[in-house]
Design a protein around this ligand. Structure first.
Ligand code: 5AD
Ligand code: SF4
Length: 421
């Protein structure tokens, strides 16, 4: 979503006549779009601002800070980097076109209604497009800064989304990715339609070959979505549905709103409808109070579900969240050990399941050149798994690929048939 926000902000400036550049020396305006879900976003921002100061002194460039760090640390930024011209909050990118001409600190309100951004997103790849369908989160998981940095849930009118999809289809896009912090909270403000309706409308009305969406929430997920996936082949059979932690005690402390039993039941019902669906998850290890026994429960879920992919993180306290006040009592060494353990386990699961793909043919969409071997391209299959492919010559095209080799994180293969989407 952060990338999509950058594309949209860039689009606003392009509409005003600015030209994007990759070279710092050429730039008259810098927009630093920040994300603060994890890691040391604040420090990174200040060190980059320090670097930009010299451009400011030399040629009076304009510096804009956007995103979560701007939202959460506005006073700090004004104090520590008073040379920043514009701070823009996460709900007010739509104001960028108005504040550009002044020195302004924008606003940091959280809006409840959708603010459409009138821009032609720049630097979008020309075959795959992000489309934000909702923003914000009302879930307040105790470790998570998103409800504070992004504000309340608001959904984009379905009619706008469908219009954008239609335009992308005309432009020849092969894939769209619908984005939201919690796509299951999507409610069309005009009709009340939910994600399943949106997916169905896209599948019925457009010829975009591949449609993905993320992120799903286990407590709010509707099984109707899986039924839509079964009925319409363009809705890709992949769901990113984080469970975060495997034990009920930790799930409760995290305020996730479901039990381990409920999560596993949901995974079973999904797989019952589409047995070979690709599931992926986020996991946090070392949440305050997580014992070895609690952690075992996380390991058990990994073994049971056999995810296509996982994103795993060591818990880190985020200021402003409820868990920030909990005792962060798991030593970093222990967190690292738990992280390594699940990553090793997952690696073996992926290797085992990837091996089953050898000798089979998969449709892939090519995305980039292989950095290690320029004669090869890198693409993805429906599940999202990366494939290094020989014999493909065009980026943003579909090919049928015979899988000849695998590692835990990617597949290798050769083109047997060009599909042309
Ligand atoms: N510490 C570690 N991981 C976190 N995430 C969110 N907040 C934290 C935190 N405080 C992870 C969650 C979420 C993903 C986007 O980032 O797993 O799903
Ligand atoms: Fe954060 Fe929880 Fe909302 Fe996800 S559902 S964005 S983890 S508060």
């Amino acid at each position: 979503m952060n990338i999509n926000d950058s594309e949209k902000m860039g689009g606003i400036l392009v509409k005003k006549g600015y030209i994007p550049t990759d070279k710092e020396e050429e730039a008259d305006i810098f927009i630093i779009n920040t994300c603060s879900v994890r890691e040391k976003a604040k420090e990174k921002l200040f060190s980059y601002l320090g670097r930009l100061k010299k451009f400011k002194q030399k040629k009076g460039v304009k510096i804009i800070v956007a995103g979560c760090v701007s939202q959460l640390e506005k006073d700090n930024i004004k104090k520590r980097a008073p040379y920043v011209d514009i701070l823009i909050g996460t709900n007010s990118y739509f104001k960028l076109k108005d504040v550009m001409d002044k020195r302004d600190y924008s606003d940091f309100q959280f809006y409840r209604d959708w603010k459409e951004i009138d821009s032609q997103p720049v630097r979008r790849q020309n075959f795959s497009a992000y489309i934000t369908i909702m923003e914000g989160c009302d879930s307040f998981c105790t470790y998570c800064v998103v409800p504070f940095s992004r504000g309340r849930e608001r959904s984009r009118p379905m009619s706008y989304i469908l219009k954008e999809v239609e335009k992308l289809e005309k432009e020849g896009y092969k894939e769209i990715q619908l984005l939201g912090q919690n796509v299951d909270a999507y409610v069309d403000p005009e009709t009340g339609g939910r994600l399943d309706k949106l997916l169905e409308k896209i599948a019925v009305n457009s010829k975009i070959p591949w449609v993905r969406f993320l992120t799903s929430h286990p407590a709010k997920f509707s099984i109707d979505i899986v039924k839509i996936m079964k009925d319409y082949r363009s809705i890709l059979r992949a769901i990113h549905i984080p469970f975060q932690a495997g034990g009920d005690k930790v799930l409760k402390l995290m305020n996730r709103g479901y039990t381990r039993g409920e999560y596993l039941k949901l995974m079973d019902s999904i797989k019952k409808i589409i047995p070979d669906i690709a599931l992926s998850t986020d996991i946090i290890v070392g949440f305050p109070g997580e014992t070895n026994k609690d952690f075992e429960k996380t390991v058990e879920i990994l073994k049971y579900v056999e995810y296509e992919n996982i994103f795993s993180f060591k818990y880190s306290p985020r200021p402003g969240t409820k868990a920030f006040n909990y005792d962060d009592n798991i030593p970093d060494k222990e967190k690292t050990e738990r992280l390594i353990m699940i990553q090793e386990l997952q690696k073996n699961i992926q290797l085992k399941n990837n091996r089953k793909k050898i000798g089979k043919i998969f449709k892939i969409l090519t995305e980039v050149k292989n950095r290690r071997d320029e004669s090869q391209l890198v693409g993805r299959i429906e599940s999202g798994r990366i494939v290094n492919v020989k014999g493909a010559d065009k980026i943003g095209e579909f090919y049928d690929v015979l899988i000849e080799g695998v590692g835990p994180h990617n597949l290798k293969g050769k083109v047997v048939n060009k599909k042309g989407g």
